[in-house]
Design a binder for this molecule. Structure first.
Ligand code: CA
Length: 239
């Protein structure tokens, strides 16, 4: 499927923590232009709140010098937390000293970008870190049964035929293909696929599941999406 540029799915989510408004806004713009989805906050405290009730970001872009809890302190806390330690962190700082760089990496940051930086450099670093952590911006290709989902090309094919789905169905199928064999309730799917900030009724999930199944049924693949009575849905290649 070919989506117009505006509808392109932004499936990887970056959390930006930067207290300077101008820089934060610039970062949001640069990241969105690179087809990344962005959550942006001005302090580590705000980031903590966000992490507590939203889905995990795929990467955190963290300013070193923040009011309150500093970027370094926050990175250390995250890296000590079993739930958050796997989220890659790139520290952002005006400090260019070798000593600081070493310290940043020592506390578990995955990379380090010194201000001022070019958008191109920043995106390249982000891509490199995401790639190292097994997440790929451009060339992620997922398969299940006879379905292939190409994230970079925003294309789904079933039995080697390209098919067209809506952005929501694309996102839903992507979620299922990256979370096989586990059961998800409607509210979990809403959080993960639509995001918790979206106020959507749970039955919306059923509507989109039905549409997705209809498409899959045309290619004898609808049994991949299984209803688990009383709980929700599971995507599995095993019946
Ligand atoms: Ca700062």
């Amino acid at each position: 499927m070919n989506l117009p540029a505006k509808l392109k799915m932004t499936l990887l989510n970056i959390l930006v923590v930067e207290d300077e408004d101008a820089i934060r806004e610039m970062l949001v713009m640069v990241l969105e232009q690179a087809n990344l989805s962005v959550m942006a906050v001005a302090s580590a405290e705000q980031a903590q709140h966000l992490l507590a009730d939203k889905k995990q970001p795929d990467l955190i872009l963290l300013d070193w010098m923040l009011p309150g809890i500093s970027g370094v302190e926050f990175a250390m806390r995250l890296k000590k937390d079993d739930f958050f330690k796997t989220i890659p962190i790139i520290l952002l700082t005006a400090r260019g000293e070798e000593e600081d760089k070493v310290r940043g990496l020592e506390i578990g940051a995955d990379d380090y970008v010194t201000k001022p930086f070019s958008p191109k450099e920043l995106i390249a670093r982000i891509k490199a870190v995401l790639r190292r952590s097994g997440k790929n911006i451009e060339d992620e290709v997922l398969t299940a049964h006879n379905i292939t989902l190409d994230l970079g090309k925003h294309r789904i094919s079933i039995a080697n035929k390209n098919i067209t789905v809506s952005p929501t169905e694309f996102k839903l199928l992507h979620f299922f293909m990256t979370h096989k064999d586990k059961v998800y309730s409607r509210s979990q799917l809403l959080d993960q696929v639509w995001g918790r900030s979206a106020y959507i009724e749970e039955r919306t999930v059923d509507v989109h599941i039905r549409r997705l199944r209809k498409i899959l049924k045309q290619h004898q693949s609808d049994e991949l999406i299984q209803t688990v009575r009383g709980f929700g849905y599971r995507f599995s290649e095993v019946e």
